[in-house]
Design a protein around this ligand. Structure first.
Ligand code: OXD
Ligand code: MN
Length: 589
């Protein structure tokens, strides 16, 4: 095949030779072509067309039961030297990885069609944006990529004769879990994903490119790719302030990004505008501020637990042109259902594994939807989508927020003393295992900046890059840490969370403006309890004081855990972070 870009031409033709598809189709992005693919997927049973009146343009897809989540154990950073990937990534020597993978890909598309998807992460032509070409043998991938990214001829036109694009080769092969590999080659702008058909492993624009490859690109090019939501907080005077926030997977990023302010705030005119719910690309603008875009074009959200109360904006986003994966198929009206959607589970349904499902199965504890079942919904569907979503220059950040799930240690919110202290705060992000997961309860898992599974290079170099970016940016966003998950002695949550998190965002924004008070503690600044607005909440100032308390003994134990964690990085740990840990230990003495 011929392309204006010789790099694209070589990549496509080499891959055709290797995978030997029967047919090859270039995805031009036209509705006509996409409609034909939808019809084909329905005809072959790959997708089920849902009720056109209730869920227009929506489809259901089921993956194999062995293929329902990202597979961190089979995800590799493949570089020349192990040192580049660092101690927190699975590593393969890149030439060996290519060799091993080529054997798996050889002939893998025989009898199938290879689809060529040109896609742009970020608005086509934005100075933030980057282009990828994903080759895949899955219509499901094509249709999901069409929601999650901008695809088609316009992207090839933008690329022109340039070879500056990320190569992604995906083959379903036999969906064999033993031969499943998700390999990133950051030195070569290449991704190879094989033997999976589940979103997080195969929608290569998302975690593989926009985080793993892009974090490496950002390190070399002077920008940042982060696992962060981006939201705009509009104040009653009409001014909007922007916050980017990192939380580990499944800690409520989508909910925070689409927050509905409590009555107390809504009636005064506060609004939240969603820019992104998972990934932020951040650059320094000419004015010396940090600007962020959401490189994606859709939401790949977890369905279970999403309902009119927990996140009405996310639910509304899924009511048209959405692909559902591994949810329960409601046969009563040809719609979908999942645990936590409502209290009316269907009486006649098919569960995520394709088996008949109804009250009996439910009573026996069999789930209708897989706990990691997903919706792929266009951002444009989101009722609170920011007007700035398509802004090619991004939005200026006033605050960066980190958060984890800690039962006791971390207060509801605290502010870092300065940028380097903020980087330290991000680097020690952690969550404790809960009773919901198997294994010991209360085990602390470190997940720096929520990037542990997504950083495409040595995490100590990544920390150093954060510190360098702080030096380059004239107007640094203030850095905060939040914890919505503090509990009492009986394990009950002390903070209502969801929309009421607005009260914490309000303090954060007022701190960036210098209009809210704070108290200095060994770990940073915490709010003066009187400065958190609790009007309309069934809580007292004493309850807030309790949520904000810093227990020195717990923090001494935590500092020991940080020492342990930092040992992984040896001499490579930036001295600035070593210094911050010494300061913390001193403050706790
Ligand atoms: C996601 C994740 O799917 O972080 O966004 O796992
Ligand atoms: Mn994520």
């Amino acid at each position: 095949m011929q392309f204006l870009s010789k790099g694209v031409e070589k990549f496509v033709n080499d891959s055709i030779e290797l995978c030997q598809p029967d047919k090859v189709m270039l995805i031009d992005g036209s509705e006509e072509q996409l409609n034909a693919l939808r019809a084909e997927a329905v005809a072959t049973g790959e997708m089920i067309k849902l009720n056109e009146e209730l869920l227009p343009g929506c489809y259901l897809h089921r993956t194999k039961p062995n293929d329902v989540a990202r597979v961190e154990g089979r995800t590799f950073i493949c570089t020349e030297k192990q040192e580049t990937a660092g101690p927190t990534n699975n590593w393969m020597q890149k030439d060996e990885a290519y060799k091993m993978l080529r054997d798996i890909y050889r002939g893998a598309m025989k009898g199938r069609t290879m689809y060529i998807i040109p896609y742009s992460m970020g608005a086509v032509g934005s100075p933030f944006s980057k282009i990828g070409i994903e080759l895949t043998d899955s219509i499901y991938v094509v249709l999901n990529m069409n929601i999650m990214t901008r695809v088609g001829q316009k992207v090839l036109d933008q690329l022109g004769s340039s070879d500056d694009f990320v190569r992604g080769l995906h083959a379903k092969a036999d969906v064999d879990a033993e031969k499943r590999y998700i390999c990133q080659f950051p030195e070569d702008n290449t991704i190879m994903s094989v033997n999976s058909a589940y979103g997080g492993n195969v929608l290569l624009g998302k975690k593989c490119f926009a985080l793993r490859i892009a974090s490496y690109q950002g390190w070399h090019e002077g920008w940042m790719a982060e696992h962060m939501l981006i939201l705009g907080l509009e104040k009653p005077n009409g001014e909007t302030k922007y916050i980017a926030a990192a939380f580990p997977s499944a800690c409520g990023k989508t909910n925070l990004a689409m927050l509905i302010p409590p009555e107390e705030f809504a009636k005064r005119g506060y609004k939240i505008h969603t820019v992104g719910d998972d990934i932020a690309w951040i650059r320094i603008g000419k004015d010396g501020r940090m600007y962020a875009i959401n490189p994606e074009n859709g939401f790949f959200g977890v369905a279970p637990g999403t309902n009119v109360k927990s996140n009405p904006n996310a639910l509304a986003s899924t009511r048209k042109n959405t692909i559902f994966t591994n949810v329960c198929h409601n046969l009563e009206n040809n719609t979908v259902w999942w645990e936590g959607l409502d209290k009316n589970p269907p009486k006649k349904a098919i569960d995520w594994q394709g088996n008949p499902w109804g009250p009996e199965e439910q009573a026996a504890g069999i789930k209708g939807a897989h706990p990691n079942s997903r919706f792929t919904a266009p951002t444009i569907n989101c009722p609170c989508l920011s007007d700035e979503f398509e802004n090619p220059q991004g939005v200026p950040l006033d605050a960066i927020v980190f958060g984890g799930r800690r039962a006791k240690t971390a207060p509801l919110v605290y502010e870092a003393r300065d940028w380097n202290h903020g980087v330290f705060v991000g680097s020690i992000m952690a969550s404790e295992t809960t009773a919901a997961a198997s294994g010991a309860v209360g085990v602390v898992r470190r997940d720096p900046m929520a990037m542990l599974p997504f950083c495409g290079y040595h995490m100590a170099d990544y920390f150093a890059h954060w510190i360098e970016m702080g030096k380059k940016v004239k107007h640094q966003p203030k850095i905060f840490n939040v914890n919505w998950f503090r509990t009492d002695e009986e394990g009950h949550f002390l903070w209502p969370g969801f929309g009421d998190n607005m009260r914490v965002l309000d303090w954060i924004i007022r701190r960036t403006e210098g209009t809210a008070k704070a108290v200095e503690t060994p770990i940073g600044y915490v709010p003066d309890p009187a400065d958190i607005n609790i009007n309309g909440l069934d809580m007292t100032e004493a309850d807030i004081a309790n949520l904000l308390s810093v227990d020195k003994e717990l923090w001494r134990q935590d500092a020991e855990g940080i020492e342990e964690f930092y040992k992984k990085f040896g001499d490579k740990l930036p001295k600035e972070l070593r210094h911050e840990l010494d300061v913390l230990e001193n403050n706790l003495r």
